[in-house]
Ligand binder design. Structure first.
Ligand code: GLU
Length: 288
């Protein structure tokens, strides 16, 4: 079976050099290994995703010379699958609805004697509640009253049931970690799996889609290295296979910041308008 790679952008802005590097690396690795390249549009965040950005993704990737298989998978067309998976976790006693607003979470953390409050690998404070904060009956009453909620993973229970997990890293983590990596899902606490208005989350959709699409090699930026801990735990809970992971270096601007939409990284289309060629882009991202 040929290896299966994927590039999975979110259509919430124009692609920049960081995306070009990730997409070209996936394309090159697929070519070199006689593998396949899939494209997935990660558009579950409806308010931030726009059709014109999705169109631009196809145009920019084709301009770079990248060839991908069709049909393209769009996450917004598969919300039912994600919803069912989160429902299953809840039925299995591994996920629960939590009702705190962001402000309440901040207040709970402020009131805690634990200082400093622990943060996840992305720098966000861990959820200060737990499945034990409310009884099953209280949760049911509040759900029936139509209160806003998020579904959270009962991470302690999930880790207890699944035991130690690892993944095979063919790239490297932020500290050069490579080879067999011990997953650390406890670093993330009770992550959000779904929201009332969006029945999924990045973590849930990504592991389901990688499995549904038969992805064998996940090649993506180092900023997602530790998210792999959560992905391995969810794969184990849902009985999904673990792909091989390859986290790649991040492109940075002159100030050392990771290229991003929010840091105003120049878009591929702006570079193209300036007269840059696809070969220039390859050189700029350090690919042959
Ligand atoms: N959609 C994610 C992003 O644009 C990538 C997800 C992944 O590769 O796992 O950052």
């Amino acid at each position: 079976m040929p290896p299966v790679f994927r590039f999975a952008p979110s259509p919430n802005g124009y692609l920049h050099l960081g995306h070009a590097y990730s997409a070209l690396l996936n394309f090159d690795l697929a070519r070199q290994s006689g593998g396949r390249l899939l494209l997935r549009i990660e558009d579950i965040d409806k308010p931030r995703c726009r059709p014109e950005y999705e169109e631009a993704i196809y145009e920019d990737l084709a301009w770079l010379g990248i060839v991908w298989e069709t049909p393209v998978r769009r996450q917004s067309e598969h919300l039912d699958i994600y919803r069912r998976a989160v429902d299953h976790l809840a039925e299995a006693g591994l996920a629960y609805p939590a009702f705190e607003s962001r402000a309440e979470i901040v207040r709970m953390i402020g009131q805690s004697p634990r200082k400093p409050w622990p943060r996840d690998p992305d720098g966000a404070p861990l959820y200060p509640g737990s499945v034990a904060s409310l009884s099953k009956e209280e949760r049911q009453v509040r759900l029936q009253a139509g209160e806003a909620f998020v579904m959270r993973l009962d991470s302690l229970e999930a880790i207890r049931r699944m035991g130690a997990l690892t993944w095979d890293e063919e790239g490297a983590g932020p500290e050069g970690q490579t080879g067999r990596i011990a997953a650390r899902p406890d670093d993330w606490g009770d992550v959000v799996l779904a929201r009332k208005e969006t029945p999924t989350s990045y973590h849930v959709s990504v592991v389901i889609d990688d499995a549904v699409q038969g992805v064998t090699h996940v090649v993506r930026g180092q900023d997602l290295f530790w998210a792999t801990s959560v992905h391995r735990l969810l794969q184990a809970l849902m009985g999904l296979p673990a792909p091989v992971y390859h986290h790649h270096r991040l492109l940075r601007d002159a100030e050392g910041r990771k290229l991003s939409k929010s840091a105003q990284a120049p878009s591929l289309r702006a570079l193209r308008a300036e007269g840059k060629s696809p070969q220039n882009i390859r050189e700029m991202v350090g690919l042959p």
